[in-house]
Design a protein around this ligand. Structure first.
Ligand SMILES: Nc1nc2c(ncn2[C@@H]2O[C@H](COP(=O)(O)OP(=O)(O)O)[C@@H](O)[C@H]2O)c(=O)[nH]1
Ligand SMILES: [Mg+2]
Ligand SMILES: [Zn+2]
Length: 277
């Protein structure tokens, strides 16, 4: 038996990577009986002679549309201009990652379109997020980004036009994924990303999936609070405090004191509101 990771799935055939070698395997019958099926990203034990997947190892996390599991990092590709930076959308993506138990990192794009004054503002924002332990890169820092993501399984998030395909192309110029400018020309800006398999750029495994921009967050305030781990450093008078109008709310105090970002707190309130609808 060998251990490997599923990097591709077409109907009942799974491509498993193990020690730099690829094996095309089928799952054992038992999985179908129990309603469990292997997914891209699964770490599995397989018989290298029979080419049968015998066991699926415990999953760290799972994303849908399309399904990928055991994701190490989500790169939240965030455009600074065209489309303009939305801290709410950024915080929503971050919350989604934490709720799904995936570590977020931010990749800022289109800095070249900013004025000097705007860049100053963005530098401040970058520091704010680094303070809450979210790594921030510009899409010009490809070497640093690849080094950080070495041997990790990564997905890309971010709105259409943010620069996801361009980022992947920069990481590996040989891939040449279509970017929006080309697709506008060819098929009027239809979705250009159609991958559901892991591919490799040097030592980085990437799943370039289109589905993660339309996010449905849970409508439970305790769940949404998972998206704001910096709040958890403080405790309020009431353990189920929603940090809205409650008395002695430490979160509101810390916002006032400048220890929690006002924009993050506002994003939190807006996500609560969205959940109520
Ligand atoms: N000026 C500028 N344009 C960029 C940058 N990154 C991407 N773009 C452009 O933004 C558009 C959308 O990029 P694309 O990678 O297709 O976005 P996706 O929808 O997230 O995959 C394309 O025209 C890219 O050439 C950047 O850093 N600076
Ligand atoms: Mg794209
Ligand atoms: Zn509170």
């Amino acid at each position: 038996m060998l251990e490997g990771q599923i990097i591709k799935n077409i109907s009942n055939q799974y491509t498993v990577l193990s020690n730099q070698k690829l094996y095309t395997c089928v799952p054992r019958g038992k999985f179908r009986q129990t309603g469990v099926s292997p997914f891209v990203g699964d770490k599995v034990l397989f018989d290298e002679k029979e080419l049968i997947i015998k066991e699926i190892l415990p999953r760290a996390n799972q994303l849908e549309r399309p399904t990928v599991v055991n994701v190490d990092y989500a790169i939240i590709v965030t455009s600074l201009k065209k489309p303009n930076l939305s801290l709410f959308l950024l915080d929503k993506n971050i919350a989604y990652c934490y709720i799904k138990n995936i570590k977020p990192i931010i990749c800022l794009t289109k800095k070249d379109l900013l004025s000097a004054l705007e860049i100053e503002n963005v530098t401040k924002i970058k520091e704010d997020y680094e303070k809450i332990h979210i790594p921030v890169f510009y899409n010009t820092e490809i070497v640093e980004l690849k080094k950080f993501l070495k041997n990790k399984l990564v997905v890309l998030m971010g709105q259409s036009g943010a620069g996801k395909s361009s980022l992947i192309n920069k990481m590996d110029p040989h891939l040449n994924l279509p970017t929006n400018s080309i697709s506008n020309h060819l098929n009027r800006g239809k979705h250009t990303t159609r991958h559901n398999q892991i591919f490799f750029i040097d030592d980085v495994s990437i799943c370039d999936t289109p589905g993660f921009s339309a996010l449905d967050l849970p409508n439970d305030s305790q769940e949404i609070q998972k998206g704001f781990p910096e709040f958890q450093e403080y405790s309020c008078q009431f353990s189920d405090c929603k940090h809205i109008n409650e008395q002695n709310c430490q979160i509101k105090e810390q916002v006032k004191a400048g220890n929690i970002l006002t924009s993050r707190y506002q994003s939190y309130l807006k996500l609560l509101k969205e959940g109520e609808k």
